[in-house]
Design a protein around this ligand. Structure first.
Ligand code: SF4
Length: 335
């Protein structure tokens, strides 16, 4: 079922006052080396699981590529989805494991089909044939060596559309360096700036420092936003923040940090689509949606401090139906 794109955008170029917010070749061996020498160290968890031997890490998956969905996706920011859609590839597993995870079905690694690097390269080319505006790698960090190989293979076979790296930002800088020259657009979250909150909700007190370093590396690789003639981003960084219920102050600190640190080097996407999942149904804050007032306070703050390159989401707060189905669509060659 086709659903509307819920994002609106404002840029310096198209802003109409006063409604500011209406609107490689990398060392793949280095990454592999993390896995080979004493287990996996790809992400900041550095849990050391012997994934090549079939063990699952904190991310929930072994070394074998597992993908839960590969299809056109209409619900990203307008410069990512465009009219035709973004070619989103949803990988199973996740190193962060937030208690309120919006993609819980796949983040624990249970859903998804095991595929080869060659098949992943084919998927990229199939999405390009379906007129995807880009390849959108959703939470791929725990498969970086394989993903880099698949991208190089697909590039050698005619993949020309931009590659978007859609990430929690819980990444190691040395792992991200593997993507230099392979990824055109970075789409990281910045979930928490306070270690207390990242410990409480993701058991990752190191998240703020890891995410700051990861975003710095992403901006180093893609320092200037660029768009094609249709407004599709071809290079750059968009940092997302999903506003959590009851946490406007945290969100303001994040927006302020991003704006003061990067200014017009990045776009900031402020999201209200938080959906309470069953795992947090009893939580006084996480068990409810974000209120209109909370979201309005965040947007007003962003405007007040001068954020001009931003995205916001239109309409009310989210319905669960905005979470895609993870039934293996587009993953196997006979689909
Ligand atoms: S990617 Fe997975 S296995 Fe590797 S260090 Fe992170 S959590 Fe552990």
């Amino acid at each position: 079922m086709e659903k509307p794109n819920r994002f609106s955008q404002n840029t310096r170029a198209d802003r109409k006052e006063p409604d500011r917010f209406r609107g490689s070749n990398a060392p793949d061996t280095e990454a592999e080396g993390h896995a080979a020498a004493g287990g996996c160290r790809l992400c900041p968890r550095e849990c050391g699981a012997d994934r090549i031997a079939g063990k699952r890490g904190r991310c929930g998956v072994s070394w074998k590529l597992r993908v839960a969905r590969a299809a056109l996706h209409m619900w990203e920011e307008p410069c990512i989805s465009g009219r035709e859609g973004s070619g989103a590839v949803f990988f199973s597993g996740c190193p962060l494991g937030c208690v309120y995870c919006q993609n819980r079905e796949i983040s624990h690694g249970e859903r998804g089909e095991e595929i080869s690097v060659e098949r992943l390269g084919e998927i990229f080319l199939e999405l390009q044939r379906q007129k995807a505006n880009n390849i959108n790698l959703v939470t791929a960090g725990h498969y970086l060596p394989q993903v880099c190989d698949a991208l190089k293979l697909a590039r050698s076979q005619g993949l020309v559309i931009p590659v978007v790296y859609n990430s929690s930002a819980y990444e190691k800088v040395e792992s991200l360096r593997c993507l230099e020259g392979l990824v055109d657009v970075y789409l990281p979250d910045f979930k928490y700036i306070s270690a207390d909150l990242s410990e409480k909700y993701s058991r990752a007190p190191d998240y703020p420092q890891a995410a700051m370093a990861a975003i710095r590396e992403m901006v180093r690789q893609r320092p200037r936003p660029q768009f094609d003639g249709r407004g599709i981003m071809t290079s750059g960084v968009i940092v997302r923040h999903l506003l959590l219920p009851g946490h406007v102050r945290e969100a303001k600190k994040i927006v302020q940090y991003l704006h003061e640190t990067y200014g017009e080097q990045i776009y900031i996407s402020m999201m209200n689509q938080y959906t309470p999942m069953a795992a947090v149904a009893g939580d006084a804050l996480l068990g409810r949606r974000v209120t209109k007032r909370e979201y309005a306070r965040l947007l007003a703050f962003a405007e007040e401090i001068g954020v001009e390159q931003g995205f916001y989401q239109e309409g009310g707060t989210a319905a669960e139906s905005f979470i895609p189905e993870f039934g293996g669509q587009g993953v196997l060659s006979d689909n």
